[in-house]
Design a binder for this molecule. Structure first.
Ligand code: GRF
Length: 198
C-alpha cells in the first residue's frame, strides 16, 4: 500500500475534459497530479498550466526508455491516459501502472482507430442493427495493444433510438466523470510502493 499520496502523470492530446475532472476531484483522491504530458499543444495542456501543474509537450511516440525515465525523474506511481491519442509502451517497471479510459464497453468497440465520435458512430450502427442497447465506458490497464488490458471498472448507459454520436457521447461522458476517479481510487489503494530506483 502507498503510504503517501500517489504521484500521477496525466497524458492528454485534446480538450482535457478527463484531466479537468481529475483536477476537480483532486480532494477525493489520495493522489497529486505531478505532471501533464501532451503530444501537441492543446487545451488539455493549457488547463494544466492554468492549474499550476508542470507540463511537457512531447510529440511522437515515447519509447519504453523515455517513459521509464520520465517516471523515474518525476517519481511517478501512475500514468493516467486522458484522451491521449498516441500508442504508449508499457515498460516492466510500469506494468499495472498505466491506465486508460475508453468511451465504450470493451472489448467491443475498441482497437486502433476507435476513438472519439468513431466509437459512438459504431455503437449507434450496431444499435440500429439491434445488436446492442447499451453503451458506457471502460477504465482499463494498458498493455502492448490498444484497449485490451485488464478491465478495472465499467459503467453503462442506455443507447436511445433518437441518439446522435454527440448525444450518446455526452451520456457516456457523464459515466466517465464517475468511473475514472472511482477506478483510480481503488487502483491506488492496491498499489505496492515502488522500491527506490525501480
Ligand atoms: C474521453 O471520452 C475518453 O473516453 C477518451 O478521450 C476522451 C477525453 O478526451 N479516452 P478529451 O479530454 O475530450 O480530449
Amino acid at each position: 500500500m502507498l503510504s503517501s499520496p500517489a504521484r500521477l502523470a496525466v497524458f492528454v492530446s485534446g480538450t482535457g475534459r478527463s484531466l479537468e475532472n481529475l483536477i476537480a476531484r483532486a480532494g477525493d483522491l489520495p493522489a497529486t497530479i505531478e505532471l501533464v504530458v501532451a503530444n501537441r499543444p492543446c487545451r488539455g495542456e493549457e488547463l494544466a498550466c492554468e492549474a499550476g501543474i508542470k507540463t511537457k509537450v512531447i510529440s511522437g511516440e515515447l519509447s519504453e526508455a523515455e517513459l521509464s525515465e520520465l517516471a523515474r525523474v518525476h517519481d511517478l506511481d501512475l500514468i493516467v491516459l486522458a484522451g491521449y491519442l498516441k500508442m504508449i509502451p508499457v515498460p516492466g517497471s510500469l506494468e499495472g501502472r498505466i491506465v486508460n479510459i475508453h468511451p465504450a464497453l470493451l472489448p467491443a468497440f475498441g482497437g486502433p482507430g476507435m476513438y472519439g465520435n468513431r466509437v459512438h458512430e459504431a455503437v449507434l450502427e450496431s444499435a440500429r442493427r439491434g445488436e446492442v442497447t447499451e453503451s458506457g465506458c471502460t477504465v482499463h490497464l494498458c498493455d502492448a495493444q490498444y484497449d485490451t488490458g485488464e478491465i478495472l471498472i465499467q459503467r453503462k448507459c442506455p443507447v436511445l433510438p433518437t441518439d446522435t454520436p454527440q448525444t450518446l457521447a455526452a451520456r457516456v461522458f457523464e459515466e466517465e466523470l464517475i468511473a475514472y476517479p472511482l477506478a483510480l481510487k481503488s487502483l491506488i489503494r492496491s498499489l505496492p510502493r515502488r522500491s527506490a530506483g525501480s
